[in-house]
Design a protein around this ligand. Structure first.
Ligand code: SER
Length: 591
């Protein structure tokens, strides 16, 4: 069975059982509390919590999707036969529709009948943290003839929440045997019965029992790793041996005869992951998602130098990925992706040259480098340790692999602490530069203020003319502060009109939505934006209205926004003042 057949079988199976098929969401989530999309359920979070109505949006209480995911926790393990950073997740979901009995029966039938794979064993939740043992699932499995049912704890069979809070619940996992006789988890059914107001670490610690609350309508969230399923079905031991990677491997092999399998796998995984991330608008940089792409690309390039891989391997691999996945994810066909990869390669080459110079300079003065100096050069210039040893064997002689790795680990901990601060720790929960919020409560207010700010800019242009252009904005839980170009004081009467217009749009409860498109198309829609070259090639245009054409406001923006303008509440302008020649400032609040 080809991977394409498995994909279609999955979608057909769930479609014919009443599921609406929903396309994968972007790898860059709209949820600001997570950096990347790591699971199929993420795009459905508001349906589990009851914020959005599945029946209205999908004409069904259940959906199925094949979701692009990136997980970077084990990025340094990639190169072995199992780890991947980019993968696809098959999922079927129910938001207050069917529950345990049907979800387990679907999984059982799909795996044993459609894929014709025997189940080795399943797991169920043993009970803890105030949640009882899942005897119901146990009985359902037994009734289906599964006898090996293992009970496990909260660390293994209780999923979620992702980010700073969210739906969560006990799970039941399904294991099948691979070609080496090892049992591998291939399917995970989450019973989203709870909402936890806190992180997963806090949940597991048991220190906030009051933060675990039952959801009004329990839901189902299934995740099945596509590559693992294909590996088992095709009778191989590694996802890298499946047809998913076949052409990629053949091409890598052409570039370097007898290349080490470990290096070939790094290329195969990292290249695919980079293409998908770039396709979703991520650009190599030194922070957050941009840093992940930079690291993936530079790791490949460092191996290219160390292993003497000549020729333009990126240009050769790109059409293979576009062809293999473009049918399902048309965004990976964009030729801009290859330009981004090539630009990053050129920067890397420059960094390598500068890094070698620095290495030579340091080794001339201090003869031998310390582990921390070696690590500093490695991280600044993107040279891996192997490469450094080749370039400067004398200078690096005193640094052992262990000492270098110890430096690396220490650095990882520091950067992880930084991430946690931003994404779930005790610092700011959200800081986009423009919007700042320290917790979920504040996040809700700044989101309302953010949409209100869009509406206000549109209203200002309607009342004062197109001369009005945003010059900056700063949104906190207290207020929005909006600076704009305009040549004179705005009168009280004009301010009242602006306020009135915004409140009228609030009372119309217009949907606030976005469309992703190329920068060029976005400009043509008339959407407002800052300096055009600040944006990536693909942008989101947020608009308030039923269609982009008829929208009251449209702007280039990364979100977050309310889903309907009614959520903003009463909008009030507090103050108008001057902040320099031709620039005015308005402070406003929502009540
Ligand atoms: N959310 C669960 C997972 O990612 C099931 O989809 O494993």
């Amino acid at each position: 069975m080809t991977s394409e057949e498995i994909r279609s079988k999955f979608l057909e199976y769930f479609k014919s059982r009443g599921h609406a098929i929903v396309p994968s969401s972007s790898l860059v989530p709209t949820d600001p509390s997570v950096l990347l999309t790591t699971a199929g359920m993420q795009q459905f979070k508001p349906y589990f919590t009851g914020e959005l109505d599945p029946d209205k949006d999908f004409s069904s209480l259940s959906t199925a999707s094949i979701q692009k995911c990136v997980r970077t926790d084990d990025i340094d393990e990639v190169g072995d036969s199992t780890h991947l950073t980019f993968f696809e997740m098959l999922g079927n979901f129910s938001f207050g529709g069917y529950f345990k009995k049907e979800a387990i029966a679907f999984a059982h039938e799909f795996i044993t009948k459609e894929l014709d794979l025997p189940i080795s064993y399943v797991t169920i939740f043993e009970g803890s943290h105030g949640v009882p043992k899942d005897t119901e699932s146990k009985e359902i499995w037994k009734s289906l003839g599964v006898t090996d049912i293992r009970e496990e704890g909260i660390g293994d069979v209780f999923w979620g929440p992702t980010g700073t809070s969210g739906p969560c619940g006990p799970t039941t996992e399904i294991y099948c045997r691979n070609a080496e006789g090892v049992d591998v988890e291939i399917w995970n059914i989450v019973f989203n019965q709870f909402f936890f107001e806190g992180s997963r670490e806090e949940l597991i610690s048991g220190k906030k029992p009051e933060a675990l609350k039952p959801l009004d309508t329990p839901g189902i969230d299934t995740g099945a790793g596509f590559e693992r399923l294909v590996t088992i079905k095709q009778g191989v031991v590694s996802p890298y041996e499946t047809d998913i990677f076949r052409e990629t491997f053949a091409k890598i092999e052409e570039f370097s005869q007898g290349i080490k399998p470990q290096v070939a796998r790094i290329f195969a995984d990292h290249f695919r992951a980079s293409v998908f991330l770039i396709a979703d608008g991520v650009r190599p940089s030194n922070k957050e998602a941009g840093y992940i792409v930079r690291r993936l690309i530079r790791r490949m390039l460092a191996h290219k130098v160390t292993h003497d891989i000549h020729g333009d391997i990126f240009t050769a691999l790109f059409p293979i990925i576009s062809q293999k996945f473009g049918m399902y994810y048309p965004e990976v066909k964009d030729p801009e992706i290859l330009h981004v990869l090539q630009e990053e390669s050129a920067k890397f080459e420059l960094a390598v040259v500068t890094g070698i110079g620095e290495l030579k300079r340091l080794s001339a003065t201090s003869h031998q480098l310390s582990a921390s100096q070696a690590f500093m050069i490695s991280s600044t210039y993107g040279l891996n340790f192997e490469l450094m040893r080749e370039i400067a064997p004398e200078a690096t002689r005193g640094v052992t692999q262990e000492a270098f790795e110890a430096e690396f680990k220490q650095h990882q901990e520091i950067s992880r602490a930084g991430m946690e601060k931003k994404f779930g720790g005790h610092g700011l929960l959200l800081d986009t530069g423009e919007l700042k919020a320290k917790d979920e409560e504040e996040l809700k207010i700044v989101t309302r203020l953010h949409t209100a700010t869009h509406l206000m800019q549109a209203a200002l242009r309607k009342v004062l003319g197109d001369e009005v252009r945003q010059a900056g904005s700063d949104i906190t839980a207290e207020r929005t502060r909006f600076d704009f170009q305009f040549g004179r004081k705005v009168t009280a009467d004009e301010l009242a009109k602006v306020e009135g217009l915004v409140n009228e749009v609030v009372s119309q409860d217009l949907p606030m939505q976005y469309q992703e498109m190329s920068k060029q198309e976005a400009v043509q829609t008339g959407a407002l934006h800052f300096f055009i070259d600040r944006y990536p090639e693909t942008v989101k245009v947020y608009y308030a209205g039923h269609s982009l054409d008829s929208a009251f406001s449209k702007e280039f923006c990364g979100g977050p926004h309310v889903t309907h303008t009614g959520e903003i509440g009463k909008f009030r302008i507090k103050k108008e003042s001057s902040v320099g020649t031709g620039v005015r400032r308005i402070k406003a609040v929502v009540e």
